[in-house]
Design a protein around this ligand. Structure first.
Ligand code: ACO
Length: 323
């Protein structure tokens, strides 16, 4: 059977770092409060004029270099973002054009913080169906542009960044020993709209709007939904929590990572954590964390990775990947 194998990964973070101390000069907050409640110490913020497409292009080029491939080798681009450069066309087509690719397909996926897992599952299904051979799957965000910088309950939590992987269709045996995506699981429940949303949009208000969140409620749902979708992936493959070498979670909040690991009895030292330095970068956080752990040598060929995320909608999902 065809397996979608990750043959390269890359990332990009804007140069500007905003510390908690800097935020404390803007809203009524403190480094102590932010670290205690979220684990976040700093985040990267895009420069004026630096767009999601710019971040995505840089991450895509880094992933192609890591894979040893040329842009022309790619025939599908799936880009997850909730902060596209424009209402249309898709930011994926911006990246496609910048890379000089004139063939294949390119489109965006909107599942907020679950966007990368949704994009991964989508690209995997296209590759398994034989419709495309090599996909760039990108998560890229400039959440700094949709934050209300006067709302201390949200502006301290998010940051900007991008991550990307190259997926390639390869023959597998159809067993858990195969390299590539072994299983993926996606969910949504739109009735939770009001707990996490942006109060603007092209059709509703003709404005971009700002992020609004009931943090406590989101937190509660996150641990429950993430635990369930992780168990779903394990059940689907017959694998056990002990088989997982690395957990690459969406980086919303250190307390959500700890709570989920505790609930599933996962060894916390196997959880890749970047939220302290990146904040919550929405769809970018999973490929950013993955790239960090691959490049620093933690993730080794043959290891089993669990990817998971939950975001606005609500949407949530998981994937098990053999590196
Ligand atoms: N600095 C100082 N005090 C603050 C701040 C701040 N930045 N923000 C809120 N407070 C105050 C509140 O006003 C409140 O004060 P009060 O008791 O006088 O009313 C107090 O701190 C406690 O606020 P809570 O909201 O109860 O704090 P909580 O412990 O729930 O932590 C947080 C808040 C960090 C938002 C937490 O609920 C959380 O992480 N939720 C999940 C949010 C999340 O991860 N969202 C993203 C996931 S989905 C996605 O990625 C799109």
């Amino acid at each position: 059977m065809i397996r979608s194998v990750i043959v390269g990964c890359g990332s990009y973070l804007p140069k500007r770092v905003m510390t908690n101390a800097e935020l404390a000069g803007m809203v009524d907050t403190s480094d102590e409060w932010i670290v205690a409640r979220s684990g976040i110490r700093q985040r990267h913020i895009a420069a004026d004029g630096e767009t999601t497409g710019d971040l995505a292009e840089a991450a895509a080029r880094d992933a192609l270099d890591h894979a040893g491939l040329q842009p022309d080798d790619i025939d599908l681009i799936v880009l997850a973002t909730a902060t596209p450069d424009s209402t249309f066309p898709a930011t994926a087509t911006v990246v496609q054009s910048r890379l000089g690719i004139r063939h294949g397909a390119a489109f965006d996926i909107q599942a907020v913080c679950s966007g990368f897992v949704y994009a991964l599952a989508t690209a995997d299904n296209f590759l398994k169906a034989g419709q495309f051979r090599r996909a760039l799957v990108i998560g890229a965000e400039t959440f700094s542009r949709i934050l209300d910088w006067e709302d201390r309950t949200t502006c301290v939590l998010f940051g900007d960044g991008a991550g990307a992987i190259v997926l390639e269709a390869m023959e597998g045996e159809g067993t858990n020993a195969d390299r590539g995506i072994l299983t993926s699981h996606l969910h949504a429940d739109g009735c939770h709209h009001d707990l996490l949303y942006v109060d603007g949009g092209p059709s509703g208000t003709q404005t971009v709007g700002h992020l609004r969140m009931s943090g406590k409620e989101v937190f509660r749902h996150a641990v429950v939904n993430l635990s369930a979708v992780i168990n779903e992936a394990l059940d689907a493959t017959g694998l056990h929590a002990d088989d997982i070498d690395w957990v690459i979670p969406h980086q919303a909040n250190k307390r959500i990572l700890d709570g989920t690991a505790r609930k599933l009895k996962l060894d916390p030292s196997k959880v890749v954590v970047t939220v302290d330095r990146h904040g919550n970068t929405s769809a970018a956080s999973v490929p950013l964390a993955l790239t960090e752990a691959v490049r620093d040598g933690r993730i080794q060929r043959g290891q089993l990775l669990l990817l998971e995320a939950m975001g606005g909608g609500f949407t949530w999902g998981s994937a098990l990947v053999r590196w």
